[in-house]
Design a protein around this ligand. Structure first.
Ligand SMILES: Nc1ncnc2c1ncn2[C@@H]1O[C@H](COP(=O)(O)OP(=O)(O)OP(=O)(O)O)[C@@H](O)[C@H]1O
Length: 259
């Protein structure tokens, strides 16, 4: 069976500068995989190559056996790759349920290439999606009133509306307190199993990585230097060197920070 995502020797050069060099890894259905590395390691550049914002200078990217290396962002989205960003993008003047309805409509247009009458059609599904992330009780509140953790949960629901096979999450826990980020990551882990999908996320918080990632890919200066379960990666001398070399702590417990 094909892996959900297969990254095969991708590189990205900007002029003479090599931002990512010959990186290969795979992500399988049901997995939550973290990409970590110090600042400038190439995490965002990798993400941008997976979602079509940038094309690799070399190498290939496969989604369930289909070559998406040169596909445009919208084509990749249509094929089932969703993405959430560090800065949540919701419509503040609309209610929670209306935000999800917008996302569902966008998916319907993708499927049927035609306009379908809006709200009534999507409301039930929107409410059911909100229920699955524990936000049904807030459905009719304007987004402007939500706490930050709830906005991030809503953003997850919006990304799920397209029924992604693979969800790319850019520092999902950034800016959150310990309780909120644990809730968000536990929810994400549950959704990966329930919806038979996969998540690839970048993260600076080692607490989050150790608690929730099934596997971790470590980049440093554009190269993949280690891959494995969080304990394997943590014990890896090259990883230790990169983090201690940067003068940052590398602790499994307490208030972390890797880069
Ligand atoms: N468009 C660009 N042109 C030139 N250099 C770039 C461009 N985009 C990224 N880079 C360089 O590529 C390297 C990798 O950057 P990238 O943003 O992928 O790292 P990162 O691991 O995501 O870092 P951070 O944790 O700080 O977000 C950096 O040295 C960056 O300056």
């Amino acid at each position: 069976m094909n892996p959900m995502l297969k990254v095969e020797g991708i590189s990205k050069t900007y002029g003479a500068f090599v931002a990512v060099q010959d990186v290969s890894f795979e992500v399988n259905t049901g997995e939550l995989v973290a990409i970590i590395g110090p600042n400038g390691a190439g995490k965002s550049t990798c993400f941008n190559m997976l979602s079509g914002q940038h094309h690799p200078s070399a190498g290939r990217v496969w989604l369930e056996g289909r070559d998406i290396t040169r596909a445009k962002p919208r084509e990749i989205w249509r094929m089932g790759v969703g993405r959430t960003f560090q800065i949540a993008a919701t419509y503040h003047s609309m209610t929670v349920v209306e935000n999800v309805e917008m996302a569902l409509l966008s998916r319907e247009r993708r499927l049927y290439h035609m306009w379908k009458p809006a709200s009534a059609f999507c409301r039930d599904e929107a409410l059911s999606l909100l229920d699955s992330i524990g936000m049904a009780g807030q459905a009719h509140r304007p987004c402007s009133e939500l706490a930050y953790g709830d906005i991030k949960r809503l953003e997850l629901a919006i990304a799920l509306a397209n029924r992604p096979r693979l969800l790319l999450m850019d520092e999902p826990a950034a800016g959150m307190g310990p309780r909120e980020r644990n809730e968000l990551m536990a929810l994400t882990k549950r959704l990966v199993t329930e919806r038979d999908m996969a998540v690839l996320f970048t993260e600076h918080s080692m607490d989050v990585v150790f608690a929730y990632a099934d596997r971790t890919v470590v980049l440093a200066r554009g190269k993949l230097i280690a891959e494995g379960t969080p304990p394997q990666v943590r014990a890896n001398p090259r990883v230790q060197e990169v983090y201690f070399g940067s003068g940052k702590s590398f602790e499994a417990q307490g208030e972390e920070v890797l880069a």
